[in-house]
Design a protein around this ligand. Structure first.
Ligand SMILES: [Zn+2]
Ligand SMILES: [Zn+2]
Length: 388
């Protein structure tokens, strides 16, 4: 096993079991609803198939918040973070396809062996629950522990990237094309892929079709940008924040609806001359899900993307659903994540996916400010930069 000399705060030394580890700085959630506490923790050196990534930056996503608050159960104490990007610094035995020094985005994990992985749908890996929120590798071991040896959950979405270094599997990594700023690219793997993939992989808009996007956050605005790269000709954004609607207009929305002053379903009918062809709920709010379903008519498609609280249920009108309507969920953008992430980075380089307009950077020790800015709506996509 290769042990790399310590750059910056990274130190490599054998622990009490004689195993090499790396001392890193990470934001730890100690307990349910607790704050993020930035402190030193110990991370394993990479084992077979593992890759150690020096994290440049990680997006804060609402999924990190719902994991801290228990709506996505994750064992605590542990380290969250799942929109990481950085540079490969060490690889374990048997790793091919990435090498030291390469800039990468940390994508979603998948087992690679189950029926859905084999069918080319790794976002629906049958072991997804354990892989994203089990708090350990599939062999049951955690890669993280306190400096006193106390247990810490790792591998959130296969990465736990709210730290200066993260452990990932080689298969989940996507190389960053030369010339792109690595610290900007992490959110491409989750929030941005989720919205864009819903349009590119699941909806596949027909020429001249109409799309309504409920919620102009990261996911919704990614859907607007993706729709702008499709042959859809009516792209409607719905939100309660005027600033976000202006942002949506700049990114390709042909129409906007302020849900604080208009009935969105009626407004959609006015704009489209009847129901829209497709709607996307990017909010996870049950009443908005109903508006998204009611915004499409015969043979229309309502896509559910936003994460609702655990146990949430929604209802739909029976008769109008019989009219050939499709109500469909989509996770993480569906399809081949690696292919989608690579395409989104290329579209960004070409100026066709300008998600840098959504971003504000915060240093890791201001993670609570980043969370607050995300929840208040002041910042669409906070990105945490790591101290190195
Ligand atoms: Zn699988
Ligand atoms: Zn996410």
């Amino acid at each position: 096993m290769l042990v790399v000399p310590p750059p910056g705060r990274r130190t490599v030394r054998p622990d009490h079991r004689g195993r090499a580890y790396v001392r890193i700085t990470a934001a730890v959630v100690e307990e349910l609803h607790g704050p993020f506490v930035v402190r030193e923790v110990d991370l394993d050196e990479p084992g077979p198939g593992d890759v150690l990534v020096k994290v440049a930056a990680t997006g804060f996503c609402h999924t990190d918040g719902i994991a801290r608050d228990g709506d996505l159960p994750f064992p605590l104490p542990g380290v969250l973070g799942h929109e990481g990007s950085g540079t490969v610094v060490a690889v374990g035995d048997g790793v091919t396809g990435v090498s030291e020094g390469q800039d990468v985005v940390l994508g979603w994990p998948s087992c690679g062996a189950c029926r859905n992985c084999q069918a080319g749908e790794p976002r629906y890996c049958l072991r997804m629950g354990e892989l994203v929120a089990g708090g350990r590798r599939l062999d049951g071991s955690s890669a993280l522990r306190g400096t006193d040896g106390s247990p810490l959950a790792s591998h959130f979405f296969g990465q736990s990237s709210f730290g200066t270094y993260a452990m990932a599997t080689a298969a989940s990594l996507v190389p960053v094309p030369a010339g792109l700023p690595v610290e900007l690219m992490g959110p491409v793997a989750c929030g941005l892929a989720t919205g864009a993939g819903a349009v590119f992989n699941t909806l596949r808009p027909e020429p001249g079709s109409s799309i309504v996007v409920y919620g102009a956050g990261t996911v919704g605005l990614a859907a607007v940008m993706a729709a702008r790269n499709s042959a859809a000709t009516t792209i409607i954004a719905v939100d309660r924040h005027a600033a976000r609607l202006r942002l949506a207009e700049g990114l390709g929305a042909t129409h906007t609806i302020d849900a604080t002053s208009a009935d969105p379903v009626q407004a959609v009918n006015d704009i489209c001359g009847g129901p829209a062809d497709a709607s996307l709920d990017c909010t996870g709010i049950v009443s908005v899900i109903r508006q998204a379903i009611d915004s499409v008519g015969m043979l229309g498609t309502a896509l559910l993307i936003g994460g609702a609280p655990a146990g949430a249920e929604f209802s739909a009108d029976h008769l109008t659903t019989l009219w050939g309507k499709t109500i469909r969920g989509t996770l993480g953008g569906s399809g081949h994540g690696q292919q989608l992430i690579a395409a989104l980075m290329d579209l960004h380089a070409q100026g066709r996916f300008p998600f840098d307009q959504l971003v504000q950077f915060f240093p890791l020790d201001r993670i609570e400010d980043a969370v607050e800015a995300s929840y208040s709506g002041a910042v669409v996509k906070p990105i945490l930069t790591m101290p190195h």
